[in-house]
Design a protein around this ligand. Structure first.
Ligand code: PMP
Length: 403
């Protein structure tokens, strides 16, 4: 039984009114709202267990350390990583990708080496590689899109060369809400002995992730997109690969011994967690994961997929509606006639409807379509059919004003 009302009751912000109208929050791809248990976990951690982790002999430091490491174990279980050593806490998807670009780059990338990305990447899976291109002279090879905006698998297979060192692609497009068959892409890369990073920012809240089944070499995501707090995220990496990479940042916690003559580094996962980690964020992220598991990720996925189909059917009835890609359960991007996305977004906001407009940090994809941007409605476990109706009615009303 998927009890939407019961779920909604757990999210205090959903009771808010915006301009005197009930909030219709459809900007979940940007960030999700937080259930009460996550908000309370943050308060509880600061109220009762706050102390810096790992270095303390005292009671509170040991409790905080236990909870932080327990959070790591819960993340490990959630994505089915082999060991805790493979779960590194970061600030989020962006930092996780920058960590890999920097550390994998330091160790394995040199002049003329190639990294394969795709046309539909978020800027955070483009710019870190461009910085490596400036620093190290690596080259980016870009997977083109087919007519239906899916990744062109045939073209992808031709991008491999002796110089290919890594593939880094998104699981689900944050613009089109369209999921890529990443397992196939990973298998192809592995047949060339090339490791793969999967950007899971938009897949982690919407589908079961099993990193071993995917056989991803790296899998990255942000806590705030899966009902957890901001400022915490995860880098999963295969142990052997992480062990072979240079550290990312230097500082406390990531070292074993420091002498002016020579410093040795800590073991995994601490080698990549320099400085005081966001242990409160990690504890609250684990709470968010527990919450998702209590509702059931498969149940959430089924609800979001049905809601997407329902919304797509209704949107398609609006004259001048243009939908981008083939949305499969997380987000829908569209334009209506000649209405500028920013105008549509601003007018919908006055109706209490929160959607996002613009390039969604994926300018190459927006350029591919030759448009100024899109309007994007994105879903979470708590969105309702009434909210979809309110969105469609709002768009219809705005479209009439522009007639
Ligand atoms: N990749 C994708 C596909 C995303 O949707 C986002 C967030 N919009 C990011 C990366 C970056 O995530 P964050 O800002 O949480 O680091």
């Amino acid at each position: 039984m998927y009890d939407l009302q019961e779920i909604r009751n757990e999210f205090p912000i959903l009771q808010r009114q915006i301009y005197g109208k009930p909030l219709v929050y459809l900007d979940n791809a940007a960030t999700t709202q937080k259930p009460r248990c996550v908000i309370e976990a943050i308060t509880e951690a600061y109220t009762n267990v706050n102390a810096n982790v790992h270095r303390g002999v005292h009671f509170l430091s040991q409790r905080a350390t236990e909870q932080y490491e327990d959070a790591r174990e819960r993340v490990r279980r959630f994505i089915n990583a082999k060991s805790r050593q493979e779960v590194i806490f970061t600030r989020g998807t962006t930092e996780s990708i920058n960590l890999v670009a920097s550390s994998f780059g330091d160790t394995f990338l040199g002049e003329g080496d190639e990294v394969i990305i795709s046309t539909m990447e978020h800027h955070s899976n483009i710019v870190p590689w461009q910085l490596q291109a400036q620093r190290k002279g690596i080259k980016l090879r870009v997977i083109p899109l087919r007519e239906d905006a899916s990744l062109d698998k045939e073209a992808y297979t031709t991008l491999f060369s002796e110089k290919t060192r890594l593939v880094s692609i998104t699981h689900t497009s944050n613009v089109m809400g369209m999921t890529n068959p990443v397992k196939e892409f990973i298998d192809i890369a592995h047949s060339h002995n090339v490791p793969v990073l999967i950007d899971g920012a938009q897949s982690i809240p919407h589908k079961k992730i099993d990193v071993q089944e995917l056989d991803a070499d790296f899998f990255v995501f942000s806590g705030h997109k899966i009902y957890g707090p901001t400022g915490i995220g995860v880098l999963y990496g295969k142990e052997e690969l992480l062990n072979s990479m240079n550290p990312y940042q230097g500082g406390g916690e990531m070292i074993q011994t420091v002498r002016f003559e020579k410093t040795t580094f800590n073991e995994l996962p601490y080698k990549f967690e320099a400085g005081t980690p966001d242990y409160v964020g990690a504890i609250a992220l684990a709470q968010a994961i527990d919450f998702v598991e209590s509702v059931g990720i498969e149940q959430i996925a089924a609800h979001e997929q049905q809601l997407t189909i329902y919304t797509l059917d209704k949107l398609r009835e609006i004259p001048g509606m243009r939908i981008f890609g083939k949305p499969d359960g997380s987000a829908i991007s569209f334009l209506v006639g000649d209405i500028h996305p920013a105008d549509l977004g601003t007018l919908l906001d006055r109706l209490g409807i929160a959607i996002r407009t613009g390039h969604h940090c994926a300018q190459p994809l927006i350029d591919h379509f030759g448009i100024p941007g899109t309007v994007r409605a994105s879903f979470a476990m708590y969105n309702t059919y009434e909210e979809a109706d309110t969105l469609v009615a709002g768009i219809t009303r705005v479209a009439k004003m522009f007639e």
